[in-house]
Design a protein around this ligand. Structure first.
Ligand code: ZN
Length: 485
């Protein structure tokens, strides 16, 4: 779906939403509202704060009035060198100052040499934002849409600590509901913009979270899933004890990489086993190479990283015991793409969804768009790595073709009849993929689709069919609804 289409869709949904609250705190930002939302009211401060303890309250107040995100937080780091490091910075402060500069410069260097990380957008809709302005009917639709999903990727974002706000503030839970390798539904929960816990809308959001954070689902993250979710536990959206089936993709990736990229013989030769039962302990001490006094080589697992590794960087970029790969490095090595980390430290609690009306200028809107893209990349990157690893580790000979309307074909590998539902927004809550033992059903819901639309071929069903190889389908089901021309 095109962003413009989905925006129309979400704006329609917002117009039909009946859950609005009254809040003077939001009155100023609502002054920015367009005519569609001018009747929207926001929660009262007392309602809004009812569930918070003092600590929460302090955190919330720190975000009001809305702090705006930073468009280019790396800019000031890019020119840092040893030469221009302020003389008053010494020791650890100096190291950190330079390190931040080096990190930003490496990120910039990567972006200038590789294509940016991307994924085929035709199968993915815009993310679904969950906050106090999400309608309950929309939530129930999403619950239905993801009802058959049992694989999720999770990521979270928090506001960076600053001198003024020294504690990081939980801001986003990003969730990728993976229908299959080519279809996902992305949900972004804006936890600093939730409705009051006593509201029916909040209970509906809890219901959605219970569907996702369930022991019957596999939850993946680049890192420890429970640690990622820990800071969000106080929002009462999910029960962390139900999160039992998890996969730390960072560890999984590191392990598989190390197994498939063993240390070179030169590197290993430096660690020739010196343990020989015939040699007495006294002799062993003499055999220890003084260079390797701090060697972290683990003879029980010679595939692990260690600090005295001399392998080329292309094989072993990490040289420390228990090192784990950064997501950016993994994307670089596997997909030869650059995952931009410029925006990592930011004001994630700013209210990303335009419908929250926390933005003030067009720059604020543009920055939000970049943050949304970043938040989605941080889901798609681990998910794509997961599917890549599964394919390479199982040596699968059936690479799945990405399915879109122009390449759609009967999947002979699965040997299943494939059905397509092409529909307007009435099918927006259908699961995009349903696979059962006797067939596979793909639903493509295009908001505003018409039989014939001469001014916009993207909304013209006839054009889509003619332009695609859709005729090779065995059967095509057409949702033709009465309001269409
Ligand atoms: Zn090595």
């Amino acid at each position: 779906m095109l962003p413009s289409q989905s925006q129309t869709l979400s704006s329609t949904l917002l117009q039909s939403s009946s859950i609005f609250f009254n809040n003077s705190l939001y009155a100023s930002s609502n002054a920015m509202s367009d005519s569609h939302h001018s009747s929207m009211l926001s929660p009262s401060p007392s309602e809004y704060n009812s569930r918070m303890n003092m600590n929460d309250l302090r955190m919330r107040q720190s975000t009001f009035p809305h702090r705006q995100p930073i468009a280019n937080p790396h800019e000031r780091f890019l020119k840092r060198t040893m030469e221009n490091c302020p003389a008053n910075l010494t020791g650890r402060k100096r190291t950190n100052w330079l390190k931040a500069g080096r990190k930003a410069q490496n990120n910039q260097q990567l972006l200038s040499t590789l294509d940016p990380f991307h994924w085929p957008t035709y199968n993915y809709e815009s993310p679904i934002f969950i906050h106090r302005r999400t309608s309950e009917s929309h939530l129930y639709g999403i619950i239905h849409k993801i009802s058959n999903v049992h694989l999720y990727t999770i990521d979270t974002e928090a506001d960076r600590p600053t001198r003024r706000y020294p504690h990081s503030l939980p801001a986003l839970i990003q969730i990728q509901a993976i229908h299959d390798e080519n279809y996902s539904t992305v949900i972004i929960i804006e936890v600093q913009h939730l409705p009051p816990t006593s509201s029916s809308l909040f209970h509906s959001i809890q219901q959605l979270c219970q569907v996702i954070f369930s022991s019957s689902n596999k939850l993946m993250a680049w890192g420890d899933v429970k640690k990622e979710l820990g800071p969000f536990e106080d929002f009462n959206l999910f029960d962390l004890s139900q999160v039992t089936n998890t996969l730390d993709l960072q560890k999984y990736f590191t392990k598989l990489w190390n197994q498939t990229h063993p240390h070179t013989s030169d590197c290993l030769a430096r660690h020739q086993p010196v343990v020989d039962e015939c040699i007495s302990e006294d002799v062993l001490v003499c055999l220890v190479n003084s260079d390797d006094i701090n060697d972290e080589f683990n003879p029980n697992d010679p595939a692990e990283d260690y600090n005295t590794c001399i392998c080329p960087t292309e094989i072993r970029p990490y040289k420390a015991t228990n090192a784990v790969w950064s997501l950016q490095k993994a994307v670089e090595f596997i997909f030869h793409q650059a995952l931009d980390k410029t925006l990592t430290l930011n004001i994630w609690s700013c209210g990303l969804d335009f419908h929250l009306h926390t933005w003030q200028t067009h720059t604020d809107k543009r920055t939000r768009q970049s943050l949304i893209a970043y938040a989605m990349n941080d889901l798609f990157a681990p998910t794509n790595l997961y599917f890549h690893l599964n394919k390479t580790s199982s040596l699968s000979s059936n690479p799945t073709n990405p399915i879109n309307l122009n390449t759609i074909q009967i999947n002979t590998a699965l040997d299943l009849p494939l059905f397509l539902i092409l529909a307007d927004s009435h099918a927006k809550y259908f699961p995009p993929v349903i696979t059962i033992s006797s067939y596979k059903l793909i639903t493509k819901a295009i908001s505003g689709l018409q039989w014939v639309n001469q001014s916009n071929t993207q909304l013209c069903a006839t054009s889509i069919i003619i332009a695609s190889s859709v005729f090779s389908l065995i059967f095509m089901f057409w949702c033709f609804l009465s309001h269409w021309n």
